[in-house]
Design a protein around this ligand. Sequence first.
Ligand code: DGL
Length: 270
Amino acid sequence: MSVQPIGVFDSGLGGLTAVKQLRAIMPHENIIYFGDTGRVPYGNRSVETIRRYAAQDANFLLSNNVKMVIAACGTVSSTASDLGEKLPVPYTNVIAPTAKAAVEATKNGRIGVIGTRATILSCAYKKEIERLDGGMKVFQKDCPLFVPIVEEGFISSDDPIARLAVERYLKVLKDEKVDTIILGCTHYPLLKAIIGEYVGMEVKLIDSGKETAIRAAELLKEKGLLNESGEEGECKFFVSDRTEDFSNVASLFLQSSIGENVSRVDIQHF
Ligand code: DGL
């Protein structure tokens, strides 16, 4: 058993959607979250830059004595896929658990994957799904406007901008008759209602944050590292840019209100 915190990082605050799932599944765990708000978005950057940023983000978490590192970011997970090999603690990213859940969920073997441009260009989800089951047909679509749409708060189910973007990007997946779609980016769970309405409620939407939280719990259990203190876990938040308004934006992703328990980090030093 270990009361050390779990370290979670993302390119920004979108990874808080994964923290929400972690807290639901493991309420006794302490969590340290780092959001690279000074350098977000990662999704349109080069492979070299994303890999360098990811290493710094993980190093910052390690300097806080975390017992596990979780890359909640779809872009980091798909682009810096070997990050875990260099870390001295258990690690998971979003790809393997989410791909596995999609393969288990599909009935017709036709899976859609949506994510940032970097995630889709990497083909990481497609490769992992095909590794798990060579009979699967995978259809990918990058949706670069979804991140700013969510960050602007255009997420209500009748929002015309969000609805138009969903229709524009997802028509190709609908036409291909996928029965399962991986929401391969931290922000996309907030568009779940609009996406579900457009593609049809029978299409299963796989939330990478949720699947990764389930995998993280399994890993901690396997390693004997669960926090069994029985006390409610605490969350500490760190960002690389201004901390003002943090709680407003953070509560959008966490879907619960949080205090101003946030500090600024100079991430270039890690
Ligand atoms: N967190 C990123 C992801 O999940 C989205 C935002 C970005 O482009 O950095 O891919």
